[in-house]
Design a protein around this ligand. Structure first.
Ligand code: AMP
Length: 399
């Protein structure tokens, strides 16, 4: 079966077509600036097929974007399928499943209503994800569509992990609780880690998804029992531009001093904080490392703060899991940042973490970076959320 994986944003749409017999990527690409001037890219993964990289490619809405994707995929010369009939299912990334979704599901009218009900929980993401779903329903009527939620993997957290210490009525009436995100990534890398450890049962893993957005998860026997993001993706470790955990008093204090309204305050915490906010240099770790090397103290502080906070979560999660078998690093910084990985692991020798400097400096999609005698294994595992979405879509459609 071939599965089309869609990750729709408000003005963009990423896609991959994966042949699930052998799990091979057939084509991928991106529709950008939807509703503006339009930019379309198509990268077939087969020899002899030409890619498309076209600016000024009008796509007034997600409907035209999906049409462009299907046209490219089934193009007689450069396409990778004979017709869209070959596509057996579409898998959609949906950011927030709220309390309603504990697993991926086949999309029907009732599920669409439930996704809409969760709009207030993810006002930037869920409406955009639904645009992608509705565009596919229009372009491919009757084709099975599956929703895969970022939050679903974390729905196995115990109540003491997901409950906030605010009046309980907000949980009961308003669904205020910790949900967590990057669930599809944490599920993929912790699943691979369990395979690499060779022990499907009794594994205690800290999964570190460190990218522009970052989150940490504690995964026991393949199930998430704690994660650092919360009701929304602002909580946890500091990120590229998001603040991570802060004292809520800071908001009241700054709003009082500067007369910010809530929208301005949230913009500061989402877009101007994190390592960008501390350093004043960049949200990109490569820029920060370069600036720190040249003696920029705030860039060095931003990097130190990030490593310190991730380390704190590793320690906290070892405590709640009652032990630690492995740490996994993934996403942009986790996969490509040996200095960050070293900063996180340094000082964790007492927990049994012995990083191998030589292995840590090497580059590979999947590799062990701890020493052979390290009681805790440390891995770098490149994430693959699209493959996870395609696997779920195939499993659900095949029943
Ligand atoms: P992601 O959100 O997973 O795409 O991660 C993006 C982030 O990965 C960027 O903001 C960079 O900070 C980081 N990154 C990518 N490549 C490197 C690298 N070679 N060294 C350090 N950080 C990197």
């Amino acid at each position: 079966m071939k599965v089309l994986v869609i990750n729709a944003g408000s003005s963009s749409l990423k896609y991959q077509l994966i042949d699930m017999d052998g799990e091979t990527l057939l084509a991928k690409g991106l529709c950008e600036r939807i509703g503006i001037d339009g930019k379309f890219t198509y990268k077939p993964q087969m020899e002899g097929k030409e890619k498309i990289d076209a600016a000024d490619y009008p796509m007034p809405s997600h409907v035209e974007a999906i049409d462009a994707v299907l046209k490219a995929l089934a193009d007689p010369k450069n396409g990778v399928v004979a017709s869209m009939e070959e596509i057996g299912a579409v898998g959609h990334r949906v950011v927030h499943g709220g309390k309603d979704f504990t697993a991926s599901c086949l999309i029907d009218a009732e599920k669409i209503e439930a996704i809409k009900k969760n709009f207030p929980l993810a006002p930037l993401h869920n409406p955009a994800n639904l645009l992608g779903i509705e565009a596919c329903q229009k372009a491919m009527p009757g084709k099975p569509q599956v929703a895969v939620f970022d939050t679903a993997f974390h729905m196995t957290m115990p109540a003491e992990a997901y409950t906030y210490a605010v009046p309980y009525e907000y949980y009961e009436k308003d669904d205020v609780r910790r949900y967590g995100f990057h669930g599809t990534s944490h599920r993929y890398v912790s699943g691979r880690c369990i395979e690499l450890l060779g022990r499907p049962e009794h594994s205690k893993i800290v999964s570190c998804h460190l990218g522009n957005g970052s989150s940490i998860a504690a995964v026991v026997d393949g199930k998430s029992i704690e994660t650092s993001m919360g009701l929304g993706p602002l909580a946890g470790v500091p990120m590229g531009t998001r603040c991570g955990d802060i004292d809520a008093t800071i908001m009241e204090y700054l709003m009082g001093r500067y007369g910010y309204d809530m929208k301005e305050m949230m913009n500061i915490l989402n877009k101007k904080s994190g390592v960008l906010g501390i350093s004043g240099v960049s949200s990109d770790f490569r820029d920060l490392e370069a600036a720190a090397k040249e003696g920029n103290e705030r860039a060095a502080l931003a990097l130190a703060k990030f490593g310190y906070e991730v380390k704190k979560y590793v320690g906290a999660y070892a405590a709640v899991m009652g032990g630690l078998d492995a740490i996994v690093f993934t996403a942009g910084v986790g996969e490509n940042g040996p200095a960050t990985r070293a900063a996180v692991c340094s000082g964790l020798e007492y927990l049994g973490v012995k990083l191998c400097d030589k292995r840590n400096a090497e580059r590979a999609d999947e590799h062990l970076i701890s020493t052979d005698d390290s009681p805790v294994k440390v891995y770098v595992i490149a994430t693959n959320e699209e493959l996870m979405i395609a696997r779920d879509a195939k499993a659900i459609v095949k029943g």
